[in-house]
Write a new protein. Structure first.
Ligand SMILES: C[S@@+](CC[C@H](N)C(=O)[O-])C[C@H]1O[C@@H](n2cnc3c(N)ncnc32)[C@H](O)[C@@H]1O
Length: 352
């Protein structure tokens, strides 16, 4: 009975989040069409048939999320984990920031970054306003709005998609079952504000966790979110995923969520190569990112609309990229993938 009620509460919460996301996006697009029509995204309408397919895949994702919690892969409390009051307080700031986003979109200004940023400290491809985000990834304001903006973008399904890395990670780490869990090191590459690390800490409470990101501001935000809950505070390290400041074979598990589509092809390969270097033989890499044309051709229009509505310069290349081949090229074996709603998850192992 308690389980049934918890499931109902989860489904109701997801439906509520979905509705809020849809209403927010619709309102913001209509407003922009009125206020700044020359800049508004020229996206294609979603047909009722496609809408049903999207809804069905979203329901499947949420069913799987519930099932995996029920099977004990992670605590059911994770399904409800969000800084609700904080998000409610920040929501008006998302609207206040919106005209800046519109201006940049209208002016096609994708390099509108804070003046105090040391441009030499970052790769060229990073210095942009991804998603037309104010300040790119380079300010505390951007970091404080990011999670909420992503929740809105995915109609409340960002965390259920991030949680898809947990099963493969937990299963992959069984290769080291002869060691105490406290001796396992798991790295989250491009950890951003730490949402994935929060989920991993729920599933692997004893493992040593490390998060790496290029953005100091996002790491500061991750530190704040991660400090709010009990449990070990993960180590947060600033660095480039292409060449990470850790020793060879020093990790047993690595995750990387929503990074690959924001990298040019060469950097994408460099990140996978460096993950291979960092893993101990037998270690597991789990990637989660956008679906691609090869695995989800039915969502081509959604991918195309995403590219039109947001500044995502490497997305068209990413959705055509062969990630399995890149993983093989890096040296991985036992590569497999699965799609969940708008995300594709790969798992791969470093040979023993
Ligand atoms: C779309 S966000 C994803 C963040 C987080 N994984 C999540 O699930 O929300 C992309 C993140 O990748 C980081 N990033 C981009 N290029 C990077 C690189 N070369 N090395 C490390 N981090 C990078 C950005 O700073 C940002 O935090």
């Amino acid at each position: 009975m308690a389980d049934l009620l918890t499931k109902l509460a989860y489904q109701t919460m997801q439906q509520g989040k979905g509705l809020l996301g849809l209403v927010h996006k619709e309102a913001s697009t209509r407003l922009m069409t009125l206020v700044a029509p020359e800049g508004s995204p020229k996206t294609e309408p979603v047909s009722p048939g496609l809408f049903r397919q999207i809804k069905a895949s979203m329901d499947q994702l949420q069913d799987l999320d519930w099932e995996e919690a029920e099977r004990g892969l992670y605590p059911a409390s994770l399904l409800f984990d969000a800084p609700w009051l904080d998000w409610a307080a920040r929501y008006p700031l998302v609207w206040l920031d919106t005209p800046r986003t519109w201006n940049r979109r209208r002016e096609r200004n994708v390099k509108d970054l804070p003046d105090d940023v040391d441009l030499q400290a970052y790769p060229e491809y990073y210095l942009q306003n991804f998603h037309h985000q104010s300040d790119g990834y380079l300010s505390d304001t951007s970091a404080s709005l990011y999670d909420l903006q992503v929740e809105i973008l995915f109609n409340g399904n960002a965390d259920p998609m991030r949680r898809r890395v947990l099963g493969p990670l937990v299963q992959g780490l069984r290769a080291f079952a002869d060691r105490p869990a406290s001796q396992l090191r798991v790295l989250d590459v491009a950890t951003g504000t730490g949402r994935t690390l929060r989920q991993i800490r729920g599933a692997l409470p004893q493992a040593q966790l490390v998060g790496l990101d290029l953005s100091h501001a996002y790491l500061r935000q991750a530190n704040r979110w991660l400090s709010q809950l009990p449990g070990e505070l993960p180590q947060l390290v600033q660095g480039n995923g292409e060449s990470m400041p850790f020793a060879d074979a020093s990790m047993q598990g690595i995750s990387c969520v929503f990074l690959l589509h924001e990298l040019p092809a060469e950097a994408r390969q460099n990140v996978l190569n460096d993950c291979f270097r960092l893993l101990e033989p037998g270690g597991v890499l789990v990637l989660a990112d956008s679906v691609q044309l090869a695995d989800s051709p039915q969502f081509e229009l959604v991918m195309d609309n995403f590219r039109k509505a947001f500044h995502e310069p490497y997305y068209p290349d990413y959705i055509r990229d062969d990630i399995d081949q890149r993983l093989k090229q890096a040296g991985f074996e036992a590569i497999s993938g699965a799609s969940h709603f708008m995300s594709r998850v790969w798992q791969a192992r470093k040979p023993r």
